[in-house]
Design a protein around this ligand. Structure first.
Ligand code: PAF
Length: 280
């Protein structure tokens, strides 16, 4: 596995890989877990070569404290990628991605500002900007993103469509621990009691899904989810959205097409998100 820290290095590595055929990309912020490895496995199934990136992107963090606290486990990450057969990993520094004087941003103007984007202003602009940069640097044939970051995936799909980016975008189902908690690099920061409490998100969403499947309304599903989360004292609910999957417009009444349910809650200092999509 080639370890590339500069743009010329990764470009040269990708040019060599192209001789063997197509290239799949998995972008990450490191602190890799089985959820990331599911993206790598899917990319490896589709392409002879997989490239991964590890870059903790400062522009998608609202609070400096959150950025500083983000786990960094580079040696372990490299070992996992190597074991999974990744061909090249790109680990740029901030100055390479945001050169002096950088002022260009990429923003999906509606999707980035609603729902989770309303609670975290600038977050999806930071994501779309860095993903565009990584796409332009690596120029893969396809890129793989977790469905857990449901709105992020929608933002990236929108951006790729709007900007005519010739890269296929694939969503990969959320990987969960045995107790249902969606795997996330942030789970590493949970206190033991909060880790024990956190599966409430999956439990609550599952109950909400059942309400919709039984023909209940979005309002009824929301009430069910809220009351399940309220039973867990360590969870502070931040966001709960039940939306039409194609538009992200809040659902009113029962589900008549694919629906996304998104939740975010704080456990101590740590903000966790989870998601489910159903087709009734
Ligand atoms: O999902 C993530 O890990 C990040 O938001 C991404 C897509 C790598 C952009 O920094």
């Amino acid at each position: 596995m080639k370890i590339c820290r500069t743009i010329p290095e990764i470009r040269a590595a990708v040019a060599d890989l192209r001789a063997a055929g197509s290239v799949g990309l998995v972008t990450t912020m490191g602190a890799l877990h089985d959820g990331h490895m599911a993206l790598v496995a899917r990319a490896a199934k589709d392409h002879p070569s997989v490239v991964a990136t590890i870059f903790v992107n400062p522009t998608q963090f609202g609070e400096a404290a959150d950025l500083d606290a983000y786990p960094r486990t580079e040696d372990a990450d490299i070992a996992m990628l190597r074991a999974a057969g990744v061909s090249a990993v790109f680990l740029p520094d901030v100055a390479a991605i945001y050169p002096d004087g950088a002022e260009t941003i990429v923003e999906t103007t509606r999707l980035a500002r609603i729902l989770h984007g309303g609670v975290r202003p600038g977050h999806f602009r930071g994501v779309a900007t860095v993903v565009t940069k990584l796409f332009n640097i690596v120029q893969p044939d396809a890129a793989y993103f977790g469905e857990k970051d449901y709105q992020q995936l929608a933002v990236i799909r929108r951006m790729v469509t709007d900007l005519h980016v010739p890269i296929a975008i694939h969503g990969v189902p959320t990987v969960r621990a045995a107790d249902g908690l969606a795997l996330s690099s942030r789970n590493l920061r949970l206190a033991a009691e909060d880790r024990a409490a956190a599966p409430v998100l999956h439990r609550a969403l599952t109950q909400g899904v059942q309400v919709l499947r039984d023909g209940g309304t979005a309002q009824e599903a929301e009430a069910t989810i809220r009351s399940e989360v309220a039973r867990e004292a360590r969870a502070a609910l931040e966001g709960l959205d039940i939306v039409a999957a194609d538009t992200f417009i809040p659902l009113d009444g029962p589900a008549t097409g694919p629906v996304g349910l998104m939740i975010s809650a704080r456990f101590g200092e740590v903000l966790l998100i989870d998601q489910k999509e159903i087709t009734p």
